[in-house]
Write a protein of this length. Structure first.
Lengths: 312, 280
């Protein structure tokens, strides 16, 4: 199918780079990069790291960005006309649409929140958006040592698998996981107070039942500060509430991992992990909050910390 | 409302007092003309994106010592162009980079970083499933820092015997050593390049992963971070050097140094001759 003029605009870049591997140089491959929203900085970082790593190979990349001006259906036209060897989708929407229109093309994804909910084909590969439980707990123990009783609030409907994994990892790391998994809006405050009295640190995970609204989040953080218990969590969005430690995936590393994986897919090399855990971490330490609640951090870990928050 | 006016004498005394105070502050805090005022930092051995925090923390510290500033770089070329332009400053750089740069722009090392009493560290190559270096062909190797740096470390560790393997290795640059080591544990990489110190730290962070990793190769010992000046610069580096050296022994300064992975500094002229000659 011929491209119309607006579709043609969507093809932003085509790069031809010499690749050392003779087999591929003779038969150049094409990757279609589908971006959920090119204005999102995290997506841009992934794409930038991906293209600078993949450019070392003889690969042509074509880009398609889904935004207000473009109809997602146009992706179908691009896939048919470009006939890529691999679709690299960045973000949940891109992954969803690639699955929908990608036919039998291999798909590689990154930055898709809860990728498990979108289904999984035999030739779907990816870089998970969240660090593994083991990484989070290990790094937490590194930066805030000695806090061995970890409290977690979750709804089994959303997080039973993650918590089962956390129990196993905590045990291997010599930590004790203390769980709160049965609560309602009325009982939450009392139950959180009970939990805080039994733990050294609260681990706040992505759980829609727990993080249901701003008031609940504020309540948990306020109670935690009252009880002088630090909170470790996964997103910088919680820094202003008083999170003590934020451990998240490093976005550029995800792009580089995806590039290596794309190369393996195109070369039909063996891939051990179809969905890889992010290899790089990004750590923010709220020294101001830790000082307030009189909790000590490991100063020897400071060279691993990206961001230090001081009191203003 | 009462309005108090100063008499001419009182006014004169206060002005004189303020003038003396101002002069004292300038004399004690401001870098005199002809002295170095900027610390330039670039480290190819780490990809931790902490430049905003480093800038803010070091500027805070240095501002109390004089009109000094801290300038971190994420790009090697930009840093080197600053050095090559003979900009007036003290350069904090890795010993690997120092050796390379010294051949182009003669440098004089003034201080060497210290961590846990050690001036040097060794890089090692570890793996979970690969049992010998011959099995590295086609492997993904994770490491902190630039691709060029990781490749350089591998070349040094593996030697010319395995030179043919290097182009067949896929590199995965991660922010820090601990990430590289854990990437092997999670099956993301087949092997990791890290410092021996970081490998030992993994025993505390994740003992199971530490026990699974085996050492495949190791490199020569290299100095930690170096503080150097260009040999051609004519300005006095002493006040800024003193400010940097003075970071050890005081809580606030030591915490900033920890962000660079150091506990303190040692003067090059206080090193054993066998060590100091390595930096000439």
């Amino acid at each position: 199918m011929a491209l119309n003029s607006s579709s043609a605009i969507l093809i932003c870049m085509a790069l031809f780079i010499a690749r050392p591997m003779a087999a591929i140089a003779e038969n150049p491959t094409k990757i279609l990069i589908v971006n959920s929203d090119a204005s999102v900085s995290k997506y841009r970082e992934v794409k930038s790291a991906f293209t600078s790593q993949i450019n070392k190979q003889s690969v042509r990349t074509v880009e398609f960005s889904i935004d207000a001006n473009h109809q997602p259906e146009q992706l179908q036209n691009i896939i048919k006309s470009e006939n890529p060897d691999l679709i690299f989708s960045i973000g949940s929407q891109a992954y969803q649409l690639s699955n929908q229109y990608g036919e039998t093309k291999p798909i590689l994804f990154s930055s898709a929140i809860n990728w498990q909910r979108f289904g999984h084909r035999y030739n779907t590969f990816g870089i998970a958006n969240e660090l593994s439980v083991s990484q989070e707990l290990s790094l937490s123990r590194y930066v805030l040592p000695g806090l061995n009783r970890i409290g977690v609030i979750y709804d089994p409907k959303f997080n039973s698998e993650r918590i089962a994994e956390a129990r196993k990892q905590a045990s291997e790391l010599g930590l004790t996981l203390i769980e709160l998994n049965s609560f309602d809006a009325d009982s939450l405050e009392k139950k959180v107070e009970e939990l805080l009295s039994k733990i050294d640190i609260l681990w706040l995970i992505a759980d829609p039942s727990v993080l249901s609204d701003k008031e609940t989040v504020e309540k948990i953080f306020n109670l935690s500060t009252e009880h002088k218990k630090p909170i470790i969590t996964y997103s910088n969005a919680f820094m202003s509430y008083g999170a003590s430690l934020i451990i998240a995936a490093d976005t550029p590393t995800m792009g580089r991992q995806a590039a290596n994986m794309a190369q393996n897919i195109l070369l039909h090399e063996r891939i051990n992990e179809l969905v890889q855990t992010p290899a790089g971490s990004h750590i923010a330490l709220n020294v101001c909050q830790l000082n307030k609640i009189n909790i000590h951090y490991n100063a020897d870990a400071l060279d691993a910390v990206n961001q230090i928050i001081e009191c203003k | 409302m009462n309005i108090y006016k100063l008499s001419n004498l009182e006014n004169y005394s206060i002005k004189k007092y303020l003038s003396i105070l101002f002069t004292l502050v300038i004399l004690t805090q401001t870098a005199p003309a002809g002295t170095l005022s900027t610390v330039f930092f670039y480290n190819p051995e780490s990809s931790v994106d902490n430049f905003a925090t480093l800038k803010s923390e070091f500027d805070d510290y240095l501002a109390n010592k004089g009109e000094f500033t801290f300038q971190p770089f994420s790009e090697r070329n930009t840093f080197e162009s600053v050095v090559n332009d003979k900009s007036q400053g003290i350069y904090l750089l890795s010993s690997w980079h120092y050796a390379q740069l010294n051949s182009k722009t003669p440098l004089e090392a003034k201080l060497v970083g210290v961590s846990k009493g050690e001036l040097q560290q060794r890089k090692i190559l570890t793996s979970k499933d690969i049992t010998s270096t011959s099995g590295l062909s086609g492997a993904t190797i994770a490491g902190a820092g630039s691709d060029e740096y990781i490749k350089g470390q591998l070349q040094q560790m593996l030697g010319s015997e395995y030179a043919a393997i290097i182009p067949k290795i896929k590199l995965l640059s991660v922010p820090k050593d601990i990430d590289a080591l854990m990437a092997v544990g999670y099956g993301v990489a087949n092997a990791a390049v890290s410092s021996e110190t970081s490998f030992n730290k993994l025993a505390m962070i994740n003992p199971k992963q530490h026990a699974q990793l085996k050492k495949l190769a190791d490199g020569e010992k290299n100095f930690l971070l170096i503080a150097a000046v260009t040999k051609v610069q004519k300005s006095d580096e002493t006040p800024l050097l003193k400010a940097i050296e003075g970071m050890q022994g005081q809580d606030i300064g030591e915490r900033k140094l920890k962000m660079l992975g150091l506990d303190g500094w040692k003067r090059i002229d206080a090193l054993d001759a066998s060590l100091s000659k390595q930096l000439r």
